[in-house]
Design a protein. Structure first.
Length: 607
């Protein structure tokens, strides 16, 4: 209807797309017209790059990292300035050979008034992350490409550029949007620190474990206690407090700036309370002063490229999901404090790999010793098995080392005297070797039917009072990275296309990583070296069972159906909590409300 009559049904599209289409119609754009080949001259492109040289030096490594993180083939990552001009672009070989690469190149302009609805133009207009997939583009000629874009702001809240990921494949995966937004945050935070060298930078967040993440709020303060800048996360955390105009530290937080400096000078974490009585964990970050103009600079040409990347080893586990990263931070912190920690997760969720990664992060020369409780049980309940006594009492590699890590796997599988024997040994180990770390693994709620009493129950509760949870593979937002990493360990000659990855993600996997690894092995065995495509997955593994409610508005459109199913699946997973669903998926509450069948689930707003 848009192409034939120049009109469309506004509520049939996401609000941002519909508003963009309306703007394009208002500017007189014809959806059937060929896209204008708008571009700046070579001299103008060179001048723009020279003008933003410092900014581009920060952007380029992030573009390279972003390109490496995006799985599959046929993609391009790009940076554009505030005029919508592409200044930097990296693309893989398949995208380079496509027709799209000839229109999306350095120097081209991608504003809405010239190109219609597109990812860069939409993010430039709204100042918010955008995603435009296939037919959501206003111009029919762009329907073969999908793109995700995110704006970049400086410490004064001014838009300074945009990141974009484009592909000719129709799939739009949530992990790509998350990666683009993360890359934009990385750039913003690096620029913030660079812009405020010489100032004290206060990092703060309501949760202490988030102080080392990109979501940390940062404000810069000069020696007089004057606020000189705030990053985007700080503005979001200060929701309700006006940050416009000059501010003093005391205008934001209770207590004096000098007292906070003295408390945090050595890196201690302190508590801050703002004037709305919100409480934060905070620490001080001191940066080197900016180099003065009196220093003589000399430009030196290097033979190596200024953009580089360190490829991830295929045998390194992937922990890009936010919940997994948070669990890893808590586990490492607990291990360093010698606090016993339990890793809870379903079969195949990566509990053992998680424990091994924690041990490696401690950089200790002590051994990692594993006791599998499911193998230590025995049929005769009259006494502990001989092999368990040998394992715990005669193995000198445990008691002869000052430090190390003991991992008690399948903790809830302990029964009878076996449980008592293991618990006695752990108590003894903690007494004579206090520098050893104790970690256990368990399946959630698997210990509910255990009739433990006395010392066994006491020690069990002590080992599990600090518990971190690993989500199932289905609930992780880094599935593509996990699959690509496992595939690289199986075969260096095979790769998954984005469409194949999207189809593979839809399969049900009761044993999580184990099932995924077996599926990938089947694909490698039955596929020639090179790209594994969607048709290969369908032919070798079949089609996954498609489940999930689809609202009437989305039925008949495969792209919208997939998005609708994902929203409904997460809505049910969040027990009908609209606010939690909104935060998890990164969409508005209005979007969630418009897709879910609230009569089927007793939903809550989460207010």
């Amino acid at each position: 209807m848009l192409e034939s009559e120049g009109i469309f049904q506004h509520d049939a599209l996401p609000a941002a797309i519909a508003n963009s289409w309306a703007r394009c119609l208002g500017k007189g754009l014809d959806p059937r017209a060929k896209s204008a080949d708008a571009a700046v001259s070579h001299s103008q492109l060179r001048e723009a790059k020279e003008k933003h040289e410092i900014l581009l030096s920060v952007v380029r490594p992030e573009l390279e990292l972003l390109s490496n993180q995006i799985s599959g083939t046929n993609h391009m990552v790009a940076y554009a300035d505030t005029q919508g001009v592409v200044l930097e672009a990296l693309m893989d070989h398949q995208f380079q050979e496509s027709a799209c690469s000839r229109s999306v190149r350095c120097g081209t302009i991608w504003t809405e008034d010239l190109r219609g609805t597109n990812g860069l133009g939409l993010a430039l207009h709204t100042g918010e992350p955008s995603a435009v997939s296939g037919a959501e583009h206003f111009l029919a000629g762009h329907a073969g490409v999908s793109c995700v874009a995110a704006p970049i702001f400086d410490s004064q809240g001014r838009l300074i550029g945009l990141l974009d990921v484009s592909s000719e494949l129709p799939d739009r995966q949530n992990h790509t949007q998350a990666l683009v937004s993360l890359a934009a945050s990385n750039i913003e935070n690096r620029l913030f620190v660079n812009d405020h060298r010489g100032d004290a930078i206060i990092q703060f967040h309501p949760r202490q474990e988030y102080l080392t993440t990109q979501s940390v709020g940062m404000v810069s303060v000069d020696e007089d206690g004057r606020i000189t800048g705030a990053n985007r996360s700080a503005c979001q955390l200060f929701n309700g407090i006006d940050l416009s105009g000059p501010k003093m530290f005391s205008d934001l937080f209770r207590g004096g700036f000098g007292a906070i400096v003295s408390q945090t000078r050595l890196g201690e974490v302190v508590r801050l309370v703002d004037w709305l009585n919100a409480s934060y964990f905070a620490r001080m970050r001191f940066s080197h002063p900016r180099i003065g103009d009196s220093i003589t600079h000399k430009r030196v040409s290097l033979s190596t490229s200024p953009v580089f990347s360190i490829p991830q080893r295929s045998d390194d586990p992937v922990f890009h999901d936010g919940r997994v990263r948070n669990s890893m931070r808590l586990a490492i912190r607990s291990a360093k404090a010698r606090l016993p920690i339990c890793v809870s997760g379903q079969t195949g969720s990566g509990r053992t790999t998680f424990a091994q990664s924690v041990h490696q992060s401690l950089a200790t020369d002590g051994p990692l010793v594993t006791i599998d409780c499911s193998h230590a049980n025995y049929a005769d309940k009259s006494g502990p098995p001989a092999e368990l006594i040998t394992e715990l009492d005669t193995r000198r590699d445990i008691l002869d080392h000052e430090n190390g890590m003991l991992v008690v796997e399948n903790l809830a599988a302990m029964r009878g005297p076996t449980a008592g024997k293991i618990m006695q040994f752990i108590d003894r180990l903690q007494m004579i070797r206090p520098n050893w770390c104790i970690m256990s693994t368990a399946v959630p709620d698997d210990a509910a039917d255990r009739e433990w009493t006395g010392d066994v129950l006491r020690t069990y509760e002590n080992l599990t009072q600090m518990t971190v949870h690993l989500p199932t593979l289905e609930d992780r937002n880094d599935f593509a990275l996990v699959a690509a990493n496992i595939l690289a360990g199986i075969s260096s000659k095979h790769r998954l296309s984005s469409s194949a990855m999207s189809l593979l993600q839809k399969f049900d996997r009761p044993r999580n990583m184990s099932d995924l690894a077996n599926q990938l092995r089947l694909l490698v065995v039955h596929s020639k070296a090179g790209n594994i495509r969607e048709e290969h997955v369908e032919r070798i593994l079949g089609l996954p069972t498609v489940v999930g409610h689809v609202c009437l508005r989305c039925r008949g459109n495969s792209v919208r159906e997939a998005k609708c199913r994902e929203i409904n699946r997460m809505y049910n997973h969040c027990s009908g909590n609209v606010a939690l669903t909104s935060r998890t998926l990164g969409v508005s509450r209005t979007t969630v409300y418009s897709h879910v069948e609230r009569k089927a689930v007793g939903g809550t707003s989460g207010e």
